[in-house]
Design a protein around this ligand. Structure first.
Ligand SMILES: [Zn+2]
Length: 116
């Protein structure tokens, strides 16, 4: 598999946590190797920051319609939520045994989900 190289100003499709689907994103900054470090959704303006291809922060966005965190709900990677204590977050990883990593601002926290 060939590693993709990106340039600032280029558009690419990726999952937007606000739109909750794959949308066009404008590349805002890249590393010397052409890896995306920052991109914004052209649909809602949410900015995502990446380190070595892993999303490390998310900010902005016009929509504030993310649903409140619900431990009974089953989450998938990229979904957004509003947490009572931590505020707006985005699911960055889903594990077995009903655990998820959620990114709040620039802090990742472990939460439970899919509790029936
Ligand atoms: Zn969006």
């Amino acid at each position: 598999m060939k590693a993709e190289k990106y340039e600032v100003g280029q558009e690419t499709e990726m999952l937007c946590s606000d739109c909750d689907r794959d949308t066009q994103h404008e590349v805002l900054s890249v590393t010397k190797l052409g890896k995306i470090t920052k991109a914004s959704c052209t649909g809602c303006g949410t900015e995502s920051t990446f380190v070595r291809g892993v999303k490390t922060a998310v900010s902005g966005g016009r929509k504030t319609s993310a649903a409140p965190y619900d431990r009974n709900r089953k989450y998938r990677k990229g979904q957004a939520m509003i947490h009572d204590t931590f505020g707006r977050g985005e699911v960055t990883a889903v594990y077995e045994s009903q655990k998820i990593d959620v990114l709040f601002g620039d802090t990742t926290r472990k939460l439970i989900h899919s509790q029936q």
